[in-house]
Ligand binder design. Structure first.
Ligand code: GDP
Ligand code: MG
Length: 328
């Protein structure tokens, strides 16, 4: 059994207006959690730490049934391993994937936003302690949801996270860029003021089942080259393509891409076993690179609002404020 659970923070009820429900109880139990990072401390310290700790919120969004929740299981596994001061391999064939609910079959889980209930303390590049939370989203581009619902979930994810992982299958299509633009514009509609700086922090395009490793190699390097080519603007390009690319580039402080191999039939075939089992060697190799890279000090983004770092307590307030705006 995992020590935590995926707490439903925002629930989406279809078919009614103002259909986003903020689960305040779960929000307080996770982001507003008193014994943050599992430390046994005095109530006074709890109060101070809750005010002071900076927060990194890593969120994953993208189409339904493309392995988002599956991947998050490895994030939790790795963070647990770090927390226990682990050495050596942090996952193998016996790794149990029972944290975020991932599934085969045609059904889907409740739509909305989930946060892993356990916060993890890590150090950023300056050696300062940061509380890390993981966020899963369900509903984006789902055929059963309306475009409005997709945009809202994605916008919330973008506005709340310090690192947004955009999970895509096999390639980054023009449609994916268009959706990104739609979602980020929607998110910005709900901002009160316009600022000079890029409105959002870090976006990582995560391309699953990457088929062209002979052209662009797996991992960050191939991803960087692929993304550069994709987002390049040229004088000859159609205006709309150019505007789209400029919009995407100016919306985020940094853009990265990671090209992930196909995991193998066992995983792709929607088996219902809750352990990893045998996967393609290239997949486990890249998984071993991707996951630790997300939590490395120099890539750990602390959540900022208008350039100012915010604390867990302020994050709780941000959730509440955004939900009010999106439901009005
Ligand atoms: P989510 O809706 O995006 O959260 O998707 P899930 O994590 O629930 O996974 C949906 C299905 O995709 C599961 O049956 C997984 O076995 C499978 N899956 C997970 N990762 C991958 C991957 O990288 N490639 C392929 N082809 N399938 C995957
Ligand atoms: Mg999921």
């Amino acid at each position: 059994m995992a020590a935590g659970y995926a707490a439903p923070i925002v629930e989406l009820h279809e078919g009614s207006k103002n259909n986003y429900k903020l689960n305040q109880k779960e929000l307080e139990k996770t982001l507003g959690r008193a014994d943050i990072a599992g430390k046994k401390v005095s109530p006074l310290f709890i109060w101070i730490t809750n005010l002071c700790f900076q927060i990194a919120l890593i969120s994953i969004a993208g189409a339904f049934r493309k392995g988002k929740s599956f991947l998050l299981n490895f994030f939790v596994t790795y963070l647990e391993y770090l927390h226990k001061g682990g050495k050596g391999e942090w996952f193998d064939e016996t790794t149990v994937l029972d944290k975020f609910n991932w599934r085969g079959g045609a059904d889907r889980d409740t739509n909305g936003i989930f946060i892993w209930s356990v916060p993890y303390m890590l150090e950023d590049q300056n050696g300062e302690e940061v509380v890390v939370f993981l966020m899963d989203t369900q509903g984006t581009f789902d055929h059963q949801s309306t475009v409005q619902d997709c945009a809202t979930i994605f916008a919330l994810s973008t506005l709340l996270s310090s690192v947004q992982i955009y999970n895509l299958s096999t390639q980054i299509q023009e449609d994916d860029l268009n959706n990104l633009r739609l979602f980020t514009e929607y998110a910005q509609l709900n901002k009160h003021e316009k600022h000079q700086r890029a409105p959002f922090q870090k976006l990582l395009f995560l391309v699953r089942d990457w088929p062209n490793s002979d052209q662009y190699e797996y991992g960050y390097e191939g991803g960087k080259e692929y993304l550069e080519k994709l987002l390049k603007t040229t004088p000859k390009q159609k205006k709309e393509l150019k505007v789209l690319r400029e919009n995407v580039k100016s919306s985020f402080e940094s853009l990265e891409a990671f090209l992930m191999p196909y995991p193998g039939l066992r995983i792709a075939r929607n088996n219902s076993e809750k352990f990893l089992g045998k996967v393609e060697e290239a997949f486990s190799e890249q998984l071993g690179i991707l996951v630790p890279s997300i939590f490395k000090g120099d890539s750990l983004e602390v959540k900022k609002i208008d350039g100012k770092e915010i604390t867990c307590r302020e994050m709780v307030e941000l959730f509440k404020e955004l939900m009010k705006i999106f439901n009005s």
